[in-house]
Design a protein around this ligand. Structure first.
Ligand code: FES
Length: 226
C-alpha cells in the first residue's frame, strides 16, 4: 500500500475529514504547478530581468563602437601643380576638428613616382609621426630619407623603415584631387610592402601575427585604396 493511501486511512481512522490526495503529488486541485515551482519560476524570471538590465547596456557599450563609422574629414592642401614626383612638399592640415592646434598634423606630399613603380597619377601623403614613439620625422632632401631626431629612426623615400628602433613604415593619409586641389583625408597604416591596412589604430603594429590578433572591424574594413 502506498504512503498516500496509508495517510488517508489514518485520517479516516482518526475521524478527520478526508482530504483529496494531490495528483500529481504536491499539486492542489486546480493548480497547474506547485507553489514552490511558481516561486522558483518567478525568482528566476526577476533574476533574469535584473541580469539583463546590467549586462545588456555593458555589452552595447562595448560593441557599439565597432559599428560606428566616424565622419571622414578631407581638407585641401594646395593645387595639384604644386606637387612633384621626386620630392615632398610639407603641408599642415587639421586631422581632428574642435581641438585647435592640437588637432593639426603634418604630412609630406608628392605625386606618385613612375621610377618607384607606383600607381600612376596618384598623390602620396606620408605622416611625419614616427612609428616608434611618435616624434616628428623630417624629410631630408639631400639623403632622400625621413629622419627621426629622437632615437635615430630612418625611413626611405617611400616611408619604409630602414634603420633605428621603428618596426613599421610611416603612416599615410588618404589623398585625392578635387577641382584641381589635392585633398588629404583619414590616416591609415601600411605594411612593410606599403599595402594599406585597417585604420583602427594607426599606432598599432599591424604586420605579422598581429593582423590576426587584431581582427578587422566592419567600420574600418576594407582598408583605404590609398
Ligand atoms: S620616436 Fe622616432 S625613433 Fe624613436
Amino acid at each position: 500500500m502506498s504512503d498516500d493511501a496509508d495517510k488517508q486511512n489514518g485520517a479516516e481512522a482518526a475521524g478527520r475529514p478526508e482530504r483529496p490526495i494531490p495528483d500529481p503529488p504536491g499539486y492542489f486541485e486546480g493548480e497547474s504547478m506547485t507553489r514552490r515551482r511558481a516561486f522558483t519560476v518567478a525568482v528566476q524570471g526577476i533574476g533574469g530581468i535584473a541580469g539583463a538590465a546590467i549586462v545588456l547596456p555593458a555589452v552595447g557599450f562595448a560593441v557599439a563602437p565597432i559599428f560606428h563609422r566616424g565622419k571622414e574629414r578631407w581638407e585641401a592642401v594646395g593645387p595639384v601643380g604644386d606637387f612633384v614626383e621626386d620630392t615632398y612638399r610639407q603641408v599642415i592640415f587639421t586631422e581632428t576638428e574642435g581641438i585647435g592646434d592640437a588637432g593639426k598634423t603634418t604630412a609630406y606630399v608628392r605625386k606618385s613616382s613612375k621610377q618607384l613603380d607606383e600607381k600612376p597619377n596618384e598623390i602620396v601623403a606620408v605622416s611625419n609621426r614616427c612609428a616608434h614613439l611618435g616624434c616628428p620625422v623630417r624629410f631630408v632632401e639631400a639623403a632622400g630619407n625621413f629622419i627621426c631626431p629622437c632615437h635615430g629612426g630612418v625611413y626611405d623615400f617611400q616611408g619604409k623603415r630602414i634603420g633605428g628602433p621603428p618596426v613599421r613604415p610611416l603612416d599615410h593619409f588618404q589623398a585625392r584631387v578635387r577641382d584641381g586641389q589635392v585633398e588629404l583625408g583619414p590616416r591609415y597604416s601600411v605594411t612593410s610592402q606599403l599595402e594599406p591596412v585597417r585604420a583602427r589604430d594607426p599606432g598599432e603594429f599591424t604586420g605579422g601575427v598581429w593582423e590576426y590578433l587584431y581582427p578587422p572591424r566592419p567600420s574600418t574594413f576594407p582598408p583605404p585604396s590609398g
